[in-house]
Ligand binder design. Structure first.
Ligand code: ADP
Length: 480
């Protein structure tokens, strides 16, 4: 490629005269006019943070900037036509996540039509967007880097770097990333049915079969992550999205779930470093060894699966207390209670799975892979002792009228869920105004979501509240 007399590491744009480092991830400011190149980073699927670059020829640059997808399809064409010598390019492997850096976000408005606001995250908004060319709908997370702060950006980068290297049917798919000096835009697959927690809130609790299918998908996602030495560390209902769902002939919900929010995820190193010590997660889902800030491994995710399963089955968490300290005490003891009448219709094998998931000693806790092979998960047991005919149902109701789903039990059950609902700020359903400036939108972020909250009691680790109910030991904060 012609490089206008500059050294081999730089290229000069003849229109806007900006000098671009060939290795730097940058798109020159005259992008709507014909630009000599566009430089694009591709994530490598095998290692976090590594990247490759593609350099595109003059005649394709304008279109390329309009759509990251176009870049990909053109890249594929290049693969097919190696004789086209005008293409100077790095190694391209299909399936990589494009990370496109540009001067401002105007181009993004040209690629997508923005629609309703899907949710307000801790560091930015998630908006539904339709690709104008392909008409595919996406969920775009838009984060103002300055507003979020450097620590939040680190969490986001961590999330992006992990999402770039994972590919699983029950893990949220990251399609591409756009980055300007001020903002990051994560283009993710759209989960039309929202949060699992919201569906649970409406239902009160799931049936044993419904729970089994959800836990099966979750176990498969976590077994996949653990096989790649990735620990999620913040598994909770809020981080499980529902892409689609249907109700089957038995009136049971089948949910296609996606694990999201990899901001606290880590990739373990081998040997002694494979144990972690940072206290992070969300209190009611935290494993005892995490609370104690003892060495812990991926087994902390298994404990959280147990908490999720317990909540799905009965509508409330296994451990609830009036203070964090008391809650941690209950978690350390790890005594599971099945006294509530809703448990009467749950099979012993489901309760046994819960006990195996929530063994206080992580060494005795079932692994994700073992969970996948468990008979309750595979369905090789008499799944549920739920009555199957009307007579049995009437008998059960007579003995235990509170077990009726529409009855008082669920009103009691939903109390935790009701409280949880009121905690979340969810401006869902609003239509995103494409003309509204990012600054105006960001004003809608409640002040508290960006606040860090500290919790330090004698003998317990310093916890910092970083996002909705998520706590972590913030090393930067500790250094201040
Ligand atoms: P947080 O920063 O609190 O973890 P996010 O920024 O990831 O939250 O998401 C904020 C909200 O946007 C979520 O609570 C959810 O309702 C919605 N949301 C996030 N990702 C998606 C998605 N892929 N599809 C649909 N809605 C989403």
């Amino acid at each position: 490629m012609a490089e206008s007399g500059l050294d081999t590491k730089t290229i000069k744009c003849p229109i806007c005269s900006s000098v671009i480092q060939k290795d730097a991830l940058h798109v020159c400011s005259c992008k709507r006019r014909i630009s000599p190149i566009s430089v694009m980073e591709m994530s490598a699927p095998s290692s976090i943070g590594s990247s490759e670059y593609m350099v595109f020829p003059v005649e394709n640059a304008t279109r390329d900037l309009n759509s990251g997808k176009d870049l990909l399809s053109k890249a594929s064409n290049v693969e097919k036509k190696p004789s086209q010598q005008q293409w100077a390019r790095g190694n391209f492997t299909e399936g990589k996540v494009p990370h496109i850096r540009m001067d401002d976000g105007a181009t993004i408005q040209e690629i997508y039509t923005f629609g309703r606001i899907l949710g307000q995250g801790s560091f930015g908004m998630v908006i539904e967007a339709t690709d104008k060319e392909t008409e595919t709908k996406w969920a775009i997370k838009k984060v103002n880097k300055d507003k979020a702060g450097s620590s939040a950006v680190k969490l986001l980068e961590r999330e992006v770097n992990i999402l770039k290297i994972v590919k699983h049917q029950h893990i949220i798919h990251l399609e591409q990333v756009f980055e300007t000096p001020k903002r990051m835009y994560l283009v993710m697959e759209l989960c039309e049915d929202g949060e699992l927690k919201e569906i649970l809130g409406k239902k009160g609790h799931f049936s044993e079969n419904e729970t089994r299918w959800i836990i099966q998908s979750l176990a498969s996602a976590i077994a996949y992550l653990h096989s790649k030495d990735i620990v999620h560390r913040d598994l909770k209902l809020e981080n499980i999205m529902v892409k689609s769902s249907f109700v089957d002939g038995n009136n049971e919900m089948n949910l296609n779930i996606k694990v999201t929010d990899f901001g606290l995820a880590v990739r373990k190193q081998g040997g002694s470093e494979s144990m972690m010590q940072t206290t992070c997660g969300t209190p009611i889902y935290m494993a005892p060894e995490v609370i104690n800030a003892h060495d812990y491994s991926q087994q902390c995710d298994i404990w959280s699966i147990g908490v999720i399963m317990y909540i799905l089955l009965c509508g409330e968490p296994p451990f609830l207390a009036s203070s964090e300290e008391k809650l941690f005490e209950l978690i350390r003891k790890g005594e599971l209670h099945f006294e509530n009448p809703v448990w009467d219709s749950i099979s012993d094998s489901a309760k046994s799975v819960l006990k195996q998931l929530m063994k206080v000693d992580p060494a005795h806790r079932i692994t994700a892979k073992e969970l996948l092979d468990n008979q309750w998960i595979t369905g090789n047991t008499l799944a549920s002792t739920r009555p199957t005919n009307v007579l049995e149902m009437m008998k059960e109701w007579k003995n235990n009228p509170e077990s009726d789903e529409e009855n008082t039990t669920d009103q009691k059950k939903s109390s935790w869920l009701d409280q949880e609902k009121s905690k979340d700020y969810q401006p869902k359903g609003n239509v995103h105004d494409a003309n509204k400036t990012s600054e105006e939108e960001e004003k809608q972020v409640p002040e508290s979501v960006n606040d860090l909250k500290f919790c330090c009691s004698p003998g317990s680790p310093l916890l910092v509240k970083v996002r909705r109910q998520t706590w972590t030991v913030w090393t930067h904060a500790l250094q201040v």
